[in-house]
Design a binder for this molecule. Structure first.
Ligand code: F6R
Length: 602
């Protein structure tokens, strides 16, 4: 995801910006840029690819004395990763950097173009700087022009603006994307997270949504919808690794907590009030397509299995799912009316990449769902939908799974909408549920504490069965995979209705069954399956919004109005349960033994 750094003061600005952006590398990016104003001089540098390229371009440049400066690492959303699309974006005399998505940028851009403004990039961000310069022609102050500009933006943004019209001031605004301000004497820093300013600023203020203002030497003004406001700075930690983990014990834990936020990024600009938009796909993308085949590995394969239910049910498209390493050697029958979808967090998984190449050789149209733009799988595909989870550091995948599943749900609705196989009412109901997903993903202290306490009862036994039906079966597979990856205990995911066809033979008090019992989908059937296990003395941990008498342990969920909301809420429970068990066993949660984050070998 994009990263922002800003600095106002007398120190060497280039180094502060580049070092700060380096600290944000973990978020992922495909281009970077900086802009500095010193006196009346305005300098800017941009480079695609790694920050070293920007360092190389700026090696002979040095800043001197007081100045204002902004920097950015860009993770492409609107428009390809090119220098023109990299931030900062220039108007006639101002620069802007921005994280997030301006949802009404097309309307704003059309308005500005009609007035003769020329756009250089394909980005939504460039509208901000042109809009500002337009407002500045008629506003009584530069600040008023900035305020008028942000009032016209819909969507999410964290943005910094510098202008030759006011050469000692940085203007800032935050709504929906993270940004904080660091202070050290008269020096002011801005950043998307605190790692870039650790060791530089001594105090910090985390901006709230709807806040905006400006900083100049010795002056910092903060406003919201009610006018100017006071705020309280807090001391800034000096520990970088701790800060990268945002105070969480493990990256995996941080990533579980982040899911509620990143899922909003996944939906941004795609899930609208009563329609689904996927600008990544041309209007004729599904022409001639009668079926879908999805290929992936591991956790990504589990999101594919979930998608099969959604695609057939909502989009009425036939859908087959394949494990990439199996697909490669089975001499598959491939027909050109099949859309070949690959799912991959890293975009580099060797088996998935090779499966994609095979499908392309057979003449199939390809689409990838991926977290890393410009990865091999994205480059190899005809089209790509990015999951926008931000870099995932924990080896055990969590937020990647959540965002992949969201993209697939969006895709199912989009196909249904384009092929007119879904009614307006159903589409509306699905969209309403989608918009509630961030809430269903929130981790409450009560839930985390409960799972922490419960986990001590699950440190032994001869195995776990995660069971569920329909979309809760792939979730059961994923829950089991999470647990085995980081606890090193045996866990299996199973369709609940299949237990009596064999595995029930294992049932005794040392067999732990994690039962996914949603209210909105096949509750009674699921209940009967769990009762059969309970009758054989299996230990039952039930996850459900409905109390279940036979459960040895019971985790009550809240969202019962839509299966996908139940899915996401239960997903969080299984992730946290695995995490807490692993912690109690003293395992390395973020780097489990024998596993690698990106599997680039067959
Ligand atoms: C499990 C996990 C792996 C990956 C698999 C595919 O937590 O992360 O199972 O899902 O190796 O990786 P990607 O999605 O990068 O293709």
């Amino acid at each position: 995801m994009c990263g922002i750094v800003g600095y106002l003061g007398k120190n060497e600005k280039k180094e502060i910006l580049l070092d700060g952006l380096q600290e944000l590398e973990y978020r992922g990016y495909d281009s970077a840029g900086i802009a500095v104003i010193e006196g009346k001089n305005l300098n800017q540098f941009k480079a695609i690819g790694k920050l070293e390229n920007l360092r190389e371009k700026t090696k002979n440049y040095q800043t001197k004395g007081f100045g204002i400066s902004i920097g950015h690492t860009r993770w492409a959303t609107h428009g390809k990763p090119t220098e023109l699309n990299a931030h900062p974006h220039l108007g006639d005399y101002s620069y802007v950097v921005h994280n997030g998505i301006i949802e009404n940028y097309q309307a704003l851009k059309a308005e500005l173009q009609a007035e003769g403004v020329k756009f250089l990039s394909q980005t939504d961000t460039e509208t901000i700087v042109h809009l500002f310069e337009k407002e500045n022609k008629t506003s009584k102050s530069v600040f008023q022009a900035f305020k008028n500009t942000i009032e016209r933006l819909d969507g999410a943004y964290a943005t910094l603006l510098i202008t030759q019209a006011d050469t000692d001031t940085i203007y800032f605004a935050k709504h929906g994307s993270p940004m904080l301000v660091g202070f050290n004497g008269d020096d002011v820093y801005f950043a998307s997270s605190d790692t870039p300013i650790i060791g530089k600023a001594t105090e910090v203020y985390y901006l709230e949504d709807g806040e905006y203002g400006y900083a100049k030497e010795g002056v910092f003004k903060l406003f919201d919808a009610n006018g100017e406001k006071t705020f309280k700075k807090q001391a800034l930690t000096a520990d970088k690794v701790l800060a990268q983990k945002d105070g969480y014990r493990f990256f995996m834990e941080k990533e579980i907590y982040e899911q509620s936020r990143v899922i909003s990024e996944t939906m941004m600009g795609r899930v609208l009030d009563d329609t689904i938009a996927l600008d990544e796909l041309g209007s004729d993308f599904f022409e001639g397509i009668n079926s879908v085949k999805i290929c992936a590995c591991g956790t990504s394969y589990h999101s594919a299995l979930t998608a099969a239910y959604l695609l057939e049910r909502l989009a009425k498209v036939r859908c087959d799912i394949e494990i990439a390493s199996e697909f490669r050697y089975k001499d598959p029958l491939l027909t050109p009316d099949t859309l070949f979808i690959t799912i991959s967090q890293s975009g580099e998984t060797a088996d998935t990449l090779e499966a994609l190449k095979m499908a392309k050789r057979a003449g199939l149209k390809s689409l990838s769902i991926c977290n890393v733009d410009n990865s091999s799988i994205v480059r190899e595909s005809d089209a790509a939908i990015l999951t926008r989870a931000g870099i995932e550091k924990g080896v055990a995948s969590t937020k990647a799974f959540a965002t992949q599943t969201m993209v697939l749900w969006i895709l199912a609705l989009y196909i249904g909408q384009e092929k007119k196989t879904i009614s307006k009412d159903v589409l509306k109901t699905e969209i309403d549920a989608m918009l509630h997903t961030p809430k269903a993903l929130v981790v409450t202290d009560t839930l985390h504490e409960k799972l922490h306490r419960l986990s001590k009862r699950y440190l032994h036994g001869h195995g776990f069965f995660f069971i569920g039906r329909d979309i809760f079966f792939p979730l059961a597979l994923e829950g089991a995979l999470k647990l085995k990856e980081i606890s090193y205990m045996h866990a299996e995911g199973y369709p609940a209705g299949e237990m009596k066809h064999g595995p029930i033979a294992l049932a005794d008090s040392e067999l732990f069954t994690i039962a996914l019992m949603p209210k909105s989908m096949h509750y009674d059937k699921m209940k009967s399956n769990v009762e059969e296990l309970s009758a054989r003395d299996a230990t039952i941990c039930a996850i459900s919004p409905l109390p279940f008498e036979l459960a040895d342990d019971f985790i009550q969920t809240k969202y019962d109005s839509h299966p996908m909301l139940e899915f996401f809420e239960m997903m969080v429970v299984t992730q946290l349960l695995a995490l807490e068990i692993s912690v109690r066993l003293g395992n390395d949660v973020d780097m489990p033994r024998n596993l690698a984050k990106s599997v680039t070998v067959e």
